[in-house]
Design a protein. Structure first.
Lengths: 107, 161
């Protein structure tokens, strides 16, 4: 009787950690499996999901044109400023002491 | 000496690269604002996605600007009448970055208010917007100074510091 008790206690000591590991592995596998079937928020503008459709509706609506204009607004001004730099800014002085070549041959 | 084509090309590249820097650093890495984050608050996944779409369009415009700048530079390289001093190109890049910050800061942040530089705290809207505009003026002035200062003088001044 006493030997059996000792054996049981020993077996608990020996097998307990093993059982914990098994439980941990099993629960991890089960949780991972559950995650595979949970709804994922595919939210791209062209995704055929509920969230995707909301995104699409938020982009392609009546205010699309205004938002496009707003996003592009600074760029025509950049173009104007660069055109001004190209055509209107006076030539900078020749500080590099490079000889002027009337033939336009720059070497 | 005709520096105008190089200044125009460098400025165009500076505008495009400045836009990319703004988009990559502020929109994506730091995530302190998005293109329309003052109009569409980033409080839900859907709104975040919508802002991401407009960020993408903004980046597309920056890409087009950069491509135009590269094309301009490529044409200049083949022109024998246009000199290619390093300081003029470097100054033009800085000038372009400053122009981007100034125009974007005035139009998007102040006039249209589609977003502010630091969108996460309304108390700091004005402060960060002003810092952004200040940086724009700094880049423009420094870029213009580099372009207009003779190479030897610029080296002497920088060596003294």
């Amino acid at each position: 009787m006493r030997e059996r008790l000792v054996l049981r206690k020993l077996s608990r000591i020996v097998y307990k950690p093993d059982m914990q590991v098994r439980r941990l592995v099993l629960s991890s596998v089960l949780r991972s499996a559950v995650l595979l079937f949970t709804p994922v928020a595919f939210a791209c503008p062209f995704c055929h999901t509920s969230t995707g459709r909301q995104v699409q509706a938020g982009i392609f609506n009546a205010s699309f044109g205004i938002k496009l204009l707003v996003t592009a607004a600074p760029f025509p001004i950049f173009a104007g400023l660069i055109a001004f730099l190209y055509f209107q800014v006076p030539r900078t002085r020749n500080f590099d002491k490079e000889p002027e070549n009337k033939d336009g041959d720059h070497s | 000496m005709n520096n105008r084509p190089l200044i125009a090309a460098g400025t165009t590249l500076g505008v495009g690269l400045g836009g990319f820097l703004d988009g990559i650093l502020f929109h994506q890495i730091l995530q302190i604002h998005n293109m329309l984050s003052n109009w569409i608050p980033r409080t839900t996944l859907v709104n975040e996605e919508i802002n991401m779409f407009w960020d993408g369009l903004f980046h597309a415009f920056c890409l087009i600007t950069t491509a135009i700048g590269l094309l301009m530079l490529w044409r200049i390289v083949k022109r024998p009448d246009v000199p290619l001093p390093d300081r003029v190109f470097a100054g033009s890049l800085l000038l372009g970055w400053g122009v981007f910050n100034l125009v974007e800061g005035l139009i998007d942040h102040e006039l249209l208010q589609v977003h502010h530089v630091y969108q996460n705290d309304p108390r700091l809207f004005v402060l960060w917007d002003l810092i952004f505009l200040g940086s724009a003026l700094g880049f423009i002035l420094f870029g213009a100074w580099i372009i207009r200062t003779p190479a030897s003088s610029a080296h002497e001044i920088l060596a003294r510091r």
